[in-house]
Design a protein around this ligand. Structure first.
Ligand SMILES: [Zn+2]
Ligand SMILES: [Zn+2]
Length: 296
């Protein structure tokens, strides 16, 4: 291990069953601790409900838990997901907005259940809700219900044939645009980072300047399914636009996204940079500074 090498795993993107993950927040932190993880962000979709439990377990086991959420967005930019670090679970204004997003999420899943029935793949909404165990409803829960009911040969096949965008049972969500998601996180003194940029359907050179103007502070460069070339490209974009390179496993507990919990190398410097932005956000300063050499 070199002096600047990573001495311990850091995972800045994980999900618990408070949204669409498979494990309770505390169990997730216990698993992470057993793998040597010392810094972990819990980034459940549209909710901060798991943060208190995760933090409490983290304090016992020496894992620093960073509160976070991941916001999906609706636009013609494809799947733009925005991670918001250091948002406050006690922030009632933010919780109001997250509740609105969760309610839209639930209505959308109901509509998809209706479409699946019409397509000859009936699943019971009650079963989908049981699978979610009270978490924010999502397509992964539908996929599991379809698999259990024998409509598809595997969990992945449910997405491939029925649930992905342009598939017959897909229903778009009503929600935030990418710029609104970034502004929401900023307005609540969080630090926004663009998750898995490979799912953005437009050129990043088109999307990033607008996202940066809205207050984007990071980009998820380190990610299980990124090739080395992709990682290098995202790191160069981070430098060009003055963004913090973040990263994580996007662990849900079902083997997706190509990395085990704590299995993506994230440098401690990324955490230090997020902390620095956090301090600026709390101080109320406009912490976005115009990056050097930014192309317009
Ligand atoms: Zn995502
Ligand atoms: Zn995620």
């Amino acid at each position: 291990m070199t002096a600047e090498g990573v001495a311990y795993p850091i995972d800045l993107h994980t999900h618990s069953l408070r949204s669409d993950g498979a494990y309770a927040p505390g169990d997730l932190i216990r698993m992470a601790a057993s793998r040597g993880v010392r810094v972990q962000a819990l980034a459940d979709h549209d909710t901060l409900a798991g943060v208190a439990e995760a933090v409490a377990v983290g304090e016992q086991l020496g894992v620093r838990v960073i509160p976070a959420t991941e916001l999906n967005t609706e636009s013609d930019w494809g799947d733009v997901h925005v991670l918001g670090y250091f948002v406050d679970p006690a922030d009632a204004g933010l919780e109001d907005r997250l509740r609105w997003l969760r309610e839209n999420r639930g209505r959308r899943i109901e509509l998809m259940v209706e479409r699946l029935a019409a397509l000859g793949h009936p699943v019971r909404l009650e079963r989908v809700m049981e699978i979610a165990q009270g978490g924010a409803l999502g397509r992964p829960h539908l996929a599991q219900a379809l698999f259990e009911a024998g409509h598809v040969p595997s969990y992945d096949a449910a997405f491939d044939t029925l649930l992905s965008k342009d598939s017959p049972a897909y229903v778009a969500r009503v929600g935030l645009t990418p710029l609104e998601a970034v502004r929401l996180i900023r307005a609540h003194r969080g630090v926004p980072s663009l998750a898995h940029p490979g799912t953005v359907a437009v050129e990043l050179e088109v999307a990033l300047p607008e996202l940066v103007d809205a207050g984007l502070a990071g980009i998820e460069c380190y990610y299980g399914s990124h090739s080395v070339d992709a990682t290098v490209r995202y790191l160069s974009l981070a430098e060009r636009y003055g963004l913090i390179p973040t990263g994580g496993s996007d662990f849900h507990g079902r083997g997706e996204h190509g990395a085990p919990l704590g299995g993506v190398r994230v440098p401690p410097a990324s955490v230090a940079a997020l902390d620095e932005r956090r301090r600026s956000a709390l101080a109320g300063a406009a912490y976005h500074v115009e990056p050097l050499g930014r192309a317009r």
